[in-house]
Design a protein around this ligand. Structure first.
Ligand SMILES: [Zn+2]
Length: 68
């Protein structure tokens, strides 16, 4: 089951719920104040934001052979 993010209109806090995809647009109850919202944030799923590209391009061949 995916996580869905909601934004509580009552306390203003974002919260996430783990729920079936079929219920993603159902009203969600804030765990903090109990306010029900049906505003779902656009996010989810894509929580893999770690780039493992370690090879930084190395500039630095500044050999200026004197052309004149
Ligand atoms: Zn709330």
């Amino acid at each position: 089951m995916p996580f869905y993010e909601y934004h509580c209109p009552g306390c203003g806090q974002p919260f996430t719920l783990l729920r079936p995809m079929a219920e993603r647009d159902q009203p969600a109850e804030c765990p903090q104040c109990g306010q029900v919202t049906d505003t779902r944030e656009l996010s989810t799923f894509a929580t893999s934001g770690s780039g493992t590209g370690g090879s930084a391009p190395s500039f630095g061949g500044g050999c200026s052979s004197g052309f004149s």
